[in-house]
Design a protein. Structure first.
Length: 117
């Protein structure tokens, strides 16, 4: 099946479980993959028949920055539910990375897969 994707979407927001994290902004990086048949969009060359990645990036950023969140798991789940409810996709994969959270690691994060039920 076809996938529309966004890689390494940077979202600067208040994220973390510790008190000191609630007073600063940190960067999250998101990889998103939305499954949807793209044959009609390709045949008609019509943006209305695909998943507009610019719109997706904007809505995801708005969702994450609307209020402080503690866990990156919460970010991933909320993003997955937003994508499934507002876009014509049957399955989404969401990876949320938080570089710098573990000094000895390049990055840490969570990857979830959710389908329309
Ligand atoms: N599985 C998770 N582990 C941790 C998280 C998280 O969101 N998910 N968060 C933290 C802290 O906020 C950490 O990033 C501060 O450096 C710790 N573990």
């Amino acid at each position: 099946m076809d996938i529309v994707f966004i890689k390494q979407l940077q979202v600067d927001t208040v994220i973390g479980v510790y008190e000191w994290e609630k007073a600063i902004t940190q960067s999250l990086f998101l990889d998103l993959a939305l499954t949807a048949d793209q044959r009609s969009a390709a045949a008609s060359d019509d943006i209305k028949l695909t998943l507009d990645y610019a719109v997706i990036a904007e809505k995801v950023t708005q969702l994450i920055t609307a209020a402080p969140i503690e866990l990156i798991e919460t970010v991933a789940e909320r993003v997955a539910q937003l994508l499934l409810s507002e876009f014509a996709t049957t399955k989404v994969e969401v990876t949320v990375s938080k570089p710098g959270a573990v000094k000895q690691a390049q990055t840490v994060g969570v990857h979830i897969v959710r389908s329309r039920s």
